[in-house]
Structure formats: structure tokens, C-alpha cells
Design a protein. Structure first.
Length: 192
């Protein structure tokens, strides 16, 4: 399959009433496809993941399209979206401590590369903190600098252990023993 066909199949899967925050619909996507603007069409499709529950097959079409166009960042985002379709979404407002507060000295890269430890309040049988691993995807920025606050998505290594999270709950980010950030949950949904 070529890129146009992959994107056309993905567009056909989006319900007609789905609208993203910018007012874009699948009709806009089809217009770009009609003019062979594949990269724009892919970006718009990948942003039409709210308001409906895209199946993993939809994300697979977007991933294949991005890879055929050598768009590694777009492919990475679509892989993240596919993962969320299977395991659910966890979004949080993360405040990183500054280096003077004992926090990181370098920014968190935005593409889900960093896998810090998180304290969700769990304890081991011995009463010690039971820290869990989750990848971090920084929303709307290439990175989150030390001392800054920003919206992030979390991709837990053990999603079932995170299902109790609710908006408003606070969890802490760790790299080793010291706390390096605090995250307030703004969205938590189980698998779609």
C-alpha cells in the first residue's frame, strides 16, 4: 500500500462528527489528501484521536504512513497513541524541581524516552515505597526544563497498577531516591 491509500483508509475510519480542538474534521483531512498533502493529512489525522476511540488498526495505518514518509517524530507519536488505545491515557501536570531544590539539571526530553520512577503511594511488604516505572511524553513542547511545569502523558510499564489514579491525585517523580518532580493527574482513563 502507498501513503495515500494508507491515509485514505485511516480517514475512512474516523466518524464524520469527530472534531478536534482547532475545529478540524475528517473532511479537512480528505481535502489535503485530494491535493497530495500527505504530511499535513497525517498530522491532522493524528490530532483527531479525541472524541472517539480509535482502534489500534487506525494507529497502525498512521504509523505505516509516517514510516513510509520517514517522519520519525510522527511515527513515535502514533506508536504512543496506539499504546494508549490499548492501555488507557494518563495525563498530568508535572512540576519539576529546580536544581537548587535537588531536581534534575537537564530537561526531560519530550518523546517518551525518559523512564523515571513514580511514587503512587504503594508500599512493599516491608513498608518501603514501591516505586513504579513510566515513560514520560511532554505535550506541546520538545522538552520540559528543570524547574518548569508542563503537561505530560505517562506510559506505565505496569498499566494495571496505575488504574486507581483519578484526576486531582498527586504522585511524585524520582530518579533514584530523591524526588525530582510532582505530578497532578488531570486525566486518567482505562483502556479504550
Amino acid at each position: 500500500m502507498d501513503v495515500a491509500e494508507l491515509l485514505g483508509r485511516a480517514a475512512a475510519m474516523v466518524p464524520a462528527d469527530v472534531v478536534n480542538e482547532a475545529g478540524v474534521t475528517v473532511l479537512d483531512v480528505r481535502e489535503y489528501l485530494d491535493h497530495d498533502e500527505w504530511e499535513v493529512a497525517l498530522d491532522l489525522l493524528a490530532d483527531l484521536d479525541t472524541g472517539w476511540r480509535p482502534p489500534t488498526a487506525w494507529w497502525d495505518l498512521l504509523i505505516d504512513s509516517a514510516e513510509l514518509m520517514w517522519l520519525s517524530d510522527a511515527a513515535a507519536w502514533c506508536r504512543w497513541g496506539r499504546w494508549e488505545s490499548i492501555h488507557g491515557i494518563i495525563r498530568a501536570e508535572l512540576r519539576l524541581l529546580s536544581p537548587t531544590e535537588g531536581g534534575r539539571r537537564t530537561p526531560i526530553p519530550g518523546k517518551g524516552i525518559l523512564r523515571p520512577l513514580w511514587d503512587l503511594g504503594r508500599r512493599t511488604a516491608a513498608g518501603d515505597r514501591d516505586l513504579l516505572v513510566a515513560r514520560v511524553w511532554v505535550e506541546s513542547a520538545p522538552a520540559l526544563p528543570p524547574g518548569a511545569t508542563g503537561s505530560v502523558r505517562l506510559g506505565p510499564l505496569s498499566p494495571a497498577l496505575w488504574r486507581h489514579l483519578q484526576p486531582g491525585m498527586t504522585i511524585t517523580m524520582h530518579e533514584g531516591q530523591p524526588q525530582v518532580g510532582t505530578a497532578t493527574i488531570i486525566e486518567a482513563s482505562n483502556a479504550r
